[in-house]
Write a protein that binds this ligand. Structure first.
Ligand code: NI
Length: 169
């Protein structure tokens, strides 16, 4: 089932999420829904807070579904290794219509749990490292706009506020 994606301004998006504790049927349904929602959007990553669930869980697929073996599901992730800095333009399904260049690591090694609760370790370079960093931010209530400074952030926030006032957000 495709779930509605929350947009900038929704409380769950701006708060830190809690650890996933039960790998039960409810979690399996949530994961399936998140994968379906991400592909339908379409997007390359989606974190649970974006569908209103304050849990430390994200799904990602840098191929956008074109390659069947690139789907990643990770609960309770933490960073084991981090290298380098890349600056590329990125967007977010919770900020449709906006993009910005955000500094991210060029390589990240994460440890977390798969959908069954088994501990796994994942390495991401390039785009995947960027997706990992972006989704980890979501679990701490941070959107890419929060990583911008000054006029670049103000411009996006002002335009979002205007859309909200117009009832178009
Ligand atoms: Ni996002």
């Amino acid at each position: 089932m495709i779930r509605p994606i929350l947009r900038y301004g929704a409380d769950t998006l701006h708060a830190s999420a809690s650890d996933v504790e039960r790998f039960d049927d409810g979690l399996q349904r949530l994961i399936d829904d998140m994968v379906e929602t991400m592909y339908a959007a379409p997007g390359v990553g989606l974190a649970a807070p974006q569908v209103g669930v304050a849990q430390r869980l994200f799904v990602a697929d840098p191929s956008g579904g074109r390659s069947s073996d690139e789907l990643i599901i990770l609960a309770n992730p933490h960073v084991l290794e981090e290298d380098g800095v890349q600056r590329e333009e990125e967007g977010c399904l919770s900020l449709p219509g906006f993009t910005a260049t955000v500094p991210r690591p060029t390589r990240l090694v994460l440890e977390g749990q798969d959908r069954d609760g088994t501990t796994i370790r994942l390495e991401g370079d390039g785009l995947l490292a960027r997706v990992f960093s972006h989704e980890l931010d979501h679990l701490d209530g941070t959107l890419f706009v929060n990583r911008l400074r000054g006029i670049r952030r103000d411009l996006i926030v002002r335009r979002v506020c205007k859309l909200q006032r117009l009832g178009k957000w």
